[in-house]
Design a protein around this ligand. Structure first.
Ligand SMILES: Nc1ncnc2c1ncn2[C@@H]1O[C@H](COP(=O)(O)OP(=O)(O)OP(=O)(O)O)[C@@H](O)[C@H]1O
Length: 518
């Protein structure tokens, strides 16, 4: 038998085994050290490279190695903008994916607006890969954000913003054979889901159009005004609500008669009569976002067009104080620097641009739109703006009426038919004979928590206001009478002068006749 003890082995074999063993051990040690080094490097990189970059690299590597043959797959790219306007598909996908959280997600976004009652969780978009299944078809969504810095010139920040938007979007990858199912069933499903999520979590937005170079900005619209809180005549309130309801139901009718599905309202009345409050009440009633258009920041018709194109459907476009926000001279002539309103830069904005926006071709780019103009001086508006068919409904918001006071007293003090107050009758008759705005009444009602104190204060205020109004009326009347008398005196004087002239002419004629007879 061959001796197993190395001592008994031949020298060369023993040394061979020991060499082999030591090289095995050193190889193992090197591999372990290398492994530890690799592990340390990976750990370091993990801390240094943001998660979304790692996900992106992971996706690319995964796609490279494990992707089925490329011919089998189709990738649809959904960019954030389509031309110069927001891409609706992007918006819908954004909402849809925002609500999808899977156990494998490692980064989530936490948010809560002041209006929301609970904190909401959503996946963090950047670099996230979201797997979805629809009718047993596997789909993969990925958010892309490419910057195109090399091709950039010295663009303005707004242009940069547009550029970034243009290169942001989603990629949807799936097997080619399901293409028609994707387009015919999956995308409508995504749209429907997004709409119902939006409706559930609807937080109204107030968009402010800044100037040409800056991007559109929005804030949550947290205006508490509703049709219950706005003080106005009940019949007028009912008329507005009925009109809005009818408008919403008439989609098919508008289509049938070939009219853009939009409605124009002109709200006019003195300051503080509730024009802005009514706009907020309409937005809250319809659950429509508001676009507040600052005409003074528009420098040309194309600015207006651009802003209009970026508004969404089911929205209210508001132009407040149309009579003084910008000087619009006539339909064709743009404002030159000579005609510009002091304090406003020269604008190439024209009335025809605005009219085009209301009922021209540009008014058709969108559905379910309400356009609201407000003014304190309807008489100062260009008749072209008031032409029938342009602003469909003209709503006069007047000084406070007894009905208006009842609404305010109920809202502010909880005083109503079943909880009356003995001073209310006196206040109502004072209000009937005084020109006082709902804003002034509302302010008076806020002065104390004690209803007696507040209402007595209001009576005092109304009496003082009435006395001041009467004084003013008297002064006005006296002034008018003086002017009338001066006019009459002037007329009398002119008549006397004419008479005198006639007399002298007659005398002259008679004298000439007599002269001729002699
Ligand atoms: N009709 C109203 N009903 C309830 N509150 C009102 C009404 N009118 C005014 N107010 C109160 O007065 C405040 C100012 O009113 P609001 O801004 O709506 O008036 P406005 O007519 O738009 O004024 P302006 O022409 O100066 O813009 C509101 O915040 C609200 O508290």
């Amino acid at each position: 038998m061959f001796p197993l003890n190395p001592k008994h082995m031949p020298k060369s074999v023993a040394s061979l085994i020991s060499d082999y063993a030591s090289s095995l051990i050193s190889a193992y040690a090197s591999i372990t050290a290398l492994g530890m080094l690799f592990h340390a490097v990976v750990k370091e990189l993990k801390d240094l490279i943001p998660q979304w970059v790692r996900s992106y690299i992971y996706l690319k590597v995964q796609n490279y190695f494990f992707k089925p043959p490329p011919n089998d797959h189709l990738t649809l790219v959904i960019k954030q903008t389509s031309g110069i306007v927001l891409n609706e598909v992007y918006e819908k996908v954004d909402v849809y994916l925002g609500a999808k959280i899977s156990p494998s997600d490692t980064r989530l976004e936490l948010s809560k607006t002041y209006r929301q009652k609970t904190i909401s969780l959503a996946i963090e978009k950047r670099g996230q890969v979201v797997k979805d299944t629809f009718d047993d078809i596997e789909l993969q969504w990925c958010y892309i954000a490419k910057s195109n810095k090399s091709s950039k010139t010295n663009n303005s920040p707004a242009a940069d913003d547009e550029e970034v938007k243009h290169h942001c979007g989603f990629e949807l990858t799936f097997n080619k054979k399901h293409k028609s199912k994707e387009m015919d069933s999956y995308m409508p499903y995504v749209f429907a889901q997004a709409n119902s999520i939006r409706q559930r979590e609807k937080v109204l937005k107030l968009y402010c159009s800044a100037n040409y170079s800056s991007s559109r900005s929005s804030i949550d619209l947290v205006h508490p005004a509703t049709f219950d809180t706005v003080a106005m005549e009940p019949e007028l309130k009912k008329m507005i609500i009925d009109d809005l309801d009818r408008f919403l139901e008439r989609r098919e009718l508008y289509k049938k008669v070939g009219k853009a599905w939009k409605r124009g309202y002109l709200l006019y009345g003195p300051p503080g009569t509730g024009k802005s409050s009514l706009i907020a009440a309409i937005a809250n009633y319809l659950k429509f976002d508001i676009y507040d258009l600052e005409l003074s920041s528009m420098f040309s018709n194309s600015d207006l067009r651009r802003v209009l194109l970026s508004t969404t459907n089911r929205s209210i476009v508001v132009i407040e104080d149309i009579d003084c926000s910008v000087k619009i001279n006539n339909r064709e002539t743009a404002m030159s620097s000579k005609t510009a309103t002091p304090g406003y830069p020269a604008s190439k904005f024209t009335l025809s641009g605005l009219l085009n926006f209301i009922d021209g071709l540009w008014s058709c780019c969108g559905d379910e739109r309400i356009i609201i103009f407000t003014t304190n001086h309807k008489d100062k508006l260009d008749p072209a703006l008031l032409r029938p068919g342009r602003m469909d409904v003209h709503i006069h918001l007047s000084y406070c009426t007894p009905n208006g006071f009842r609404t305010l007293a109920s809202n502010y003090l909880g005083i109503h038919e079943s909880n009356p107050h003995h001073i209310c009758g006196e206040i109502e008759s004072l209000i009937e004979s005084t020109e006082v705005t709902p804003a002034a009444v509302a302010e008076a009602l806020m002065k104390s928590d004690d209803a007696d104190v507040v209402l007595e204060g209001l009576v005092k205020f109304l009496k003082e206001k009435k006395a001041a109004d009467d004084e003013l009326k008297k002064a006005k009347k006296a002034d008018e009478e003086r002017t009338k008398a001066a006019k009459e005196q002037g007329t009398n004087k002119a008549e006397r002068q004419e008479r005198d002239e006639d007399v002298s002419t007659n005398c002259e004629k008679n004298w000439q006749k007599r002269e001729a007879t002699f």
